[in-house]
Design a protein around this ligand. Structure first.
Ligand SMILES: *Cc1c(COP(=O)(O)O)cnc(C)c1O
Length: 411
């Protein structure tokens, strides 16, 4: 099946006994069995069955199966948030005194997770310019457990050259973890470029309506876990083969910490996913139109959108993302006051901390998402007080442009 078809027809909802076309919301905590013997077999793993919704749930499984089909993976785990998907992955791959090589431009939540949680438990993170492979190659040692970056970094909008990165990672047998939230699987099949684990915040484009927080991680099946330097995974691979990472992540981290999503949220992610391809076309189209418009607007100092031909990442983005560049852009005004005035005078666009909604969203990252970061940390993330971030929605683009224009007139 092709992408659009998979978003609708993969999974197992078609087996519903009443013929329901969308999987029902299995809003239950536990699952009963006729006999004690049967439940024992399920616990022993001899028989497939649901036990308790912190471990797995049929509605959640449906979301996992569809995302797994789309990313052409060997297994997926849906989580209560994008951050929980990142945490599950990182906690499965690392322990005390291990090291991570990470892009230096990260989503603020990921950066704070590394800083406030992983560092506290003795895991060291090296922040690097991820496209400078010769530089970070020197940092690799026998404690390096993963390489982490975002497909289009939020909000700096840098694009990593994944083929180049994964070539080096493979040479040193280190798994590559890609946060594919901003490009989505519609723009980017990161597996084809060498990603070993793909993460999404399902809160964003996958759900698409700003309706439900959630996340997912997918093992693409490229990495040979028998050769893993993580003992728990290596041991697991002797029992379960290729599924070693997914089963270790689920049984040793996810279910023990309690990262499971609610079945209702998983249902909303499935609904959103069915229209992902249509929405992404429009997000990308609108974002390019708006970026071109703003670029020529005299009140705007600079526009950052990888889809603009003069952007530093245009060529690599074009190749990796099939000539589409997603719906995020940033622009710069003369001052913080002007940014605030611009935001306050908007009529259509919403001022809030999210991306990937059908609605156009704006935010002043410096005074909000990055408020607890130092100047240096903001610099690395590409944030300063003159910047506005826009998540371009799927309204008629003329209405978005009109709204931005009337507000720019007032500053
Ligand atoms: C939002 C976001 C996350 C975190 O996802 P949540 O669902 O908010 O936990 C991770 N990475 C990127 C790139 C994001 O935009």
């Amino acid at each position: 099946m092709e992408f659009e078809t998979k978003t609708i027809h993969s999974g197992f909802a078609k087996e519903d006994k009443f013929g329901a076309t969308i999987i029902p919301i299995y809003e239950n905590a536990a699952y009963s069995y006729q006999t004690a013997e049967e439940l024992q077999e399920v616990f022993e793993g001899k028989k497939f069955g649901y036990v308790y919704s912190r471990i797995s749930n049929p509605t959640v499984t449906e979301f996992e199966l569809r995302m797994n089909a789309i990313e052409e993976g060997i297994g997926a785990i849906a989580t209560s948030s994008g951050m929980a998907a990142i945490a599950t992955t990182v906690l499965t791959l690392t322990q005390y005194e291990d090291e991570i090589i990470s892009s230096d431009c990260l989503f603020a939540g990921t950066y704070l997770f590394f800083k406030d949680v992983m560092n506290k438990y003795g895991v060291k993170v090296h922040y690097v310019n991820i496209n400078e492979v010769d530089e970070w190659k020197k940092l690799i040692n026998n404690k390096t457990r993963l390489i982490f970056f975002e497909s289009i970094s939020n909000p700096k909008l840098e694009v990593p050259n994944l083929k180049l990165i994964s070539m080096v990672a493979k040479e040193y047998n280190i798994p590559v973890v890609v946060d594919n939230t901003v490009s989505t699987p519609y723009l980017w099949r990161a597996k084809n470029f060498g990603a070993d684990i793909i993460i999404h915040s399902a809160t964003k484009y996958i759900s698409g309506n700003g309706s439900a927080v959630g996340g997912i991680l997918i093992d693409t099946g490229i990495y040979d876990w028998k050769r893993s330097s993580v003992n728990q995974i290596k041991e697991m691979s002797q029992k379960v083969g290729r599924l070693a990472f997914i089963i270790t992540a689920r049984s040793k981290v996810y279910q023990n910490i309690g990262f499971a999503p609610s079945p209702f949220n998983a249902f909303l992610h499935i609904l959103g996913l069915e229209t992902l391809s249509l929405r992404m076309e429009k997000h990308c189209y609108n974002a390019l139109q708006l970026a071109e418009y703003l670029q020529n607007h005299k009140k705007i100092i600079n526009v950052n959108y990888p889809g603009l031909k003069e952007n530093k990442f245009y060529d690599i983005g074009k190749k990796q993302f099939n000539n589409k560049f997603s719906g995020l852009l940033t622009f710069f005004l003369e001052s913080k006051e002007k940014c605030f005035k611009f935001i306050n005078n908007l009529k259509l666009a919403k001022n809030l901390a999210n991306i990937g909604d059908t609605r156009t969203l704006v935010i002043h990252p410096d005074s909000t998402i990055y408020i607890n970061c130092t100047k240096e940390e903001k610099n690395l993330a590409g944030v300063n007080e003159n910047m506005v971030r826009v998540s371009v929605g799927i309204e008629n683009v003329n209405d978005i442009i009109d709204d931005f224009n009337q507000s720019l007139q007032k500053i």
